[in-house]
Design a protein around this ligand. Structure first.
Ligand SMILES: [Ca+2]
Ligand SMILES: [Ca+2]
Ligand SMILES: [Ca+2]
Ligand SMILES: [Ca+2]
Length: 389
């Protein structure tokens, strides 16, 4: 009996090993959760492509990255708000060497790393593919689009291109700087009756830069040459090794979007860009990938976290925040029975965040007794939630 069991276990181990090897050799699905970019002038800028509850974003401020405030998404005349809501159509696969994007990626950029700010520029690209080892970035198509803000102040985020006063792309002008295969043609507005045709007076904004002097401008690319930044939760591709601020926090703009963040406001890093991908794994099937899910094993699509400690209400019965859920928390929970619970913040004792603290929550709270809060993906499954996981 023992021998047979040993054989079975050995077979299971062998099978799982095979699966592991097979898994590493096959592209794995990822989701793009953030794309940040800073201008060469040093002004902060960040790009976001998710908005609204349907994409897992909070319904109200503070808007944690990578979410933006839909009210500020874009000027309505360009159709940008609609475009962004569908910009998650691109799918991503990482095979350990190359991140292969398939489909449309359309993101809006905001002044400062603040998704509550004003959208100023957009990069629209299809089939973006990045290979960090060879520092190449290619795509099928690329467009640069400006918002009304830049026109209002006389600046040009698409770099020396006159988009005209109508804000609509209505003609095709091919720019392929230097003929490099790593630069991609783009479509720009022109033939504007008021402001005239497109005028390129400097380096145009292409899809990427090339290490070998292929002709794409080394600074002005909408995308960059990427290296991998080690991180326990994400696959981070960055164009500079130094993407951590003096306070040890990643320069991902968290401080300006999460009031309780211990991270200082982002310092200016000229020309720094990063793309952040998470494995497309959603263990509890609530629509939020594990790396961003504040209750990784319990479905909580709204991600409500009343005490803002990184652990969603659904898996956080630790009401006194000491790391364990016990009789002390039970006493606090009972005090909240029947008390108000209002969206989007809710009452911390409203475990199922349905707007009231009642017997349903009592049953759920009991299920949380005897364990710490979590596990929370955004806290890298540790307690307390690290400032910079
Ligand atoms: Ca999930
Ligand atoms: Ca969850
Ligand atoms: Ca919490
Ligand atoms: Ca406790």
């Amino acid at each position: 009996m023992k021998t047979k069991l040993t054989r079975v276990i050995a077979a299971m181990v062998a099978t799982s090993s095979l699966l592991a090897v097979w898994g590493t050799a096959t592209a794995a699905p990822y989701v793009l959760v953030a794309w940040h970019q800073r201008s060469t002038s040093g002004a902060l800028s960040s790009l976001f492509f998710k908005s609204g509850v349907a994409q897992g974003c909070p319904a109200a401020a503070p808007f944690r990255q990578p979410c933006l405030n839909p009210a500020n998404a874009w000027v309505a005349s360009s159709g940008m708000a609609t475009a962004i809501s569908s910009a998650g159509l691109a799918t991503w696969d990482w095979n350990g060497t190359t991140m292969t994007g398939t489909g449309l990626l359309w993101a809006a950029s905001f002044i400062s790393s603040n998704a509550n700010g004003t959208a100023v520029i957009s990069d629209k690209v299809t089939n973006l593919t990045i290979t960090p080892g060879t520092t190449t970035t290619t795509a099928s198509t690329y467009e640069c689009v400006e918002g009304t803000f830049l026109a209002g102040v006389g600046a040009n985020g698409c770099l020396n291109i006159e988009l005209g006063g109508n804000g609509i792309l209505d003609t095709s002008v091919a720019y392929n700087v230097g003929g490099s295969a790593n630069c991609v043609n783009r479509v720009l507005n022109g033939l504007d009756p008021v402001n005239g045709d497109d005028v390129s007076t400097g380096n145009t904004r292409g899809v990427s830069n090339t290490a070998g002097g292929g002709g794409c401008d080394a600074i002005d690319g909408g995308f960059n040459q990427w290296t991998i930044v080690p991180n326990p939760r994400f696959l981070i591709l960055a164009n500079q090794p130094n993407i951590v601020g003096a306070d040890g926090c990643y320069m991902f703009g968290r401080a300006s979007q999460l009031s309780s963040s211990p991270c200082a406001a982002d310092a200016t890093i000229s020309g720094a860009s990063y793309m952040i991908f998470a494995p497309a794994v959603d263990t509890d099937s609530d629509g939020v990938v594990d790396a961003l899910d504040n209750c990784r094993l319990l479905a909580n699509a709204n991600q409500a976290d009343s005490n803002n400690d990184g652990f969603g209400n659904r898996c956080d019965g630790d009401l006194n925040n000491n790391g364990s859920t016990n009789a002390q928390d039970t006493a606090l929970f009972r005090q909240q029975l029947g008390q108000p619970s209002v969206a989007p913040t809710y009452n911390a004792a409203d475990i199922n965040t349905n707007g009231s603290v009642n017997a349903q929550d009592t049953a759920l709270f009991r299920g949380l007794l005897g364990a710490g809060p979590g596990p929370s993906g955004i806290c890298n499954n540790t307690f307390p939630c690290p400032a910079n996981p």
